[in-house]
Design a protein around this ligand. Sequence first.
Ligand SMILES: Cc1cc2nc3c(=O)[nH]c(=O)nc-3n(C[C@H](O)[C@H](O)[C@H](O)COP(=O)(O)OP(=O)(O)OC[C@H]3O[C@@H](n4cnc5c(N)ncnc54)[C@H](O)[C@@H]3O)c2cc1C
Length: 387
Amino acid sequence: MSNTADVIIIGAGVHGASLAFHLAERGVKSLILEKNFIGAGATGRSSGMVRMHYDVRQDSELAWVSFGYFKNWAERIGGESGFTRTGFLQLVAREHEDTLRLNTTMNQEIGIPTFLISADDVKRLAPSFVTDDFDIAAYEPESGYADPNTTTASLINAAKDKGARILQDCTATGIIVESGKVKGVNTSQGDFFAPVVVNAAGPWADTLNTMVGLNLPYTTWRHDIMFVGRPKEMVPDHPAAIDFPNEMYFRPETGGLTLVGLEDGNPLGDSPDGDTDYATKGFVERAIERICRRIPHMELGHLHTAHGGYDGLTPDQHPLLGQAGPEGFYLQCGMSGTGFKIAPAIGLCMSELILDGESKTVDISIYRPQRFEEGEEIKGNYVSIWH
Ligand SMILES: Cc1cc2nc3c(=O)[nH]c(=O)nc-3n(C[C@H](O)[C@H](O)[C@H](O)COP(=O)(O)OP(=O)(O)OC[C@H]3O[C@@H](n4cnc5c(N)ncnc54)[C@H](O)[C@@H]3O)c2cc1C
């Protein structure tokens, strides 16, 4: 294999894959270096929720552009993403209704199919849900979930068909910099050279940033999820939901299962190499108690499995996107637990930034890595209830 490329991407998660695909569409040949295997990081543990409701316009725009891919995956990318439409509900306590209205209006302005519905409407859509702790909800009838591994594999296959290459079991151990410019990457399989290197290493990204002298605020976020089998008494399916009053989200999964994750109690700063085969002690009990609050019938269900995962986290829980450090060094990391659904659009925007000097599809300048030193952290309307 040649040891040169137009662009070297470190990390074969959904973000490295999406960037490689979009660069390949523009005729740019990238080399993806992956220390383990495709989807070995956050991507392979992801819950795969695909919805557009956000409280920052650019987040919603990225999710909306990405949704166009998920809906037409075979035509746009080839292969499959496993997108399954379930409908999505954003549930909030009465005190957050004004914020919900603001966000829904903002999302509608972008063109996202979303509207406010009453608690009675929610009961009709999801008869098993308790609906007495809120009056309105935002509903996205077209949203759902996708399969992160399938999504990533098909992006990489499509990129390879257009000239990208991937090396698995290949750890980036150093960034080669000369006269302030990136020249390549030292790896466990030798040195590779390119004028552009992109850090898409997810929860491990800080190690690579440090290699080029970048000292950005960055930590890890651990997140556990469980799958429970729905009891026969429950209607066969239910919509996906973010349930802010219970600090939880959940969605249906094939085989009569429901996936549950919690917004609180996610440890920060652990090593991303920690054990993810099992959920953290105490998580399953807390998650069962929460899901039974919203869906009491779940008391008759059963635990299927539970596991954990790590993502890269920034102080404002938004990604780092853009150039930083030596010339030619770019960041596409810090997805802060919400990076799967927006990966198609971010890969496109990053390819525009790298090749054209700016991103036109969505203006991603608010995510520039320098924003923390500039005092320009991103703030959303829900800032007071995020953890
Ligand atoms: C449990 C869980 C549930 C989630 N649920 C959702 C959800 O429902 N919806 C949503 O939108 N988002 C969700 N997320 C977030 C989303 O999954 C992540 O933001 C996204 O997958 C991050 O992708 P990535 O490519 O940036 O990182 P990763 O998938 O972590 O990929 C980084 C890759 O870099 C490789 N790497 C690291 N260091 C090196 C090195 N030195 N050399 C070579 N390779 C290296 C790693 O092996 C890894 O494969 C969830 C995350 C977790 C953990």
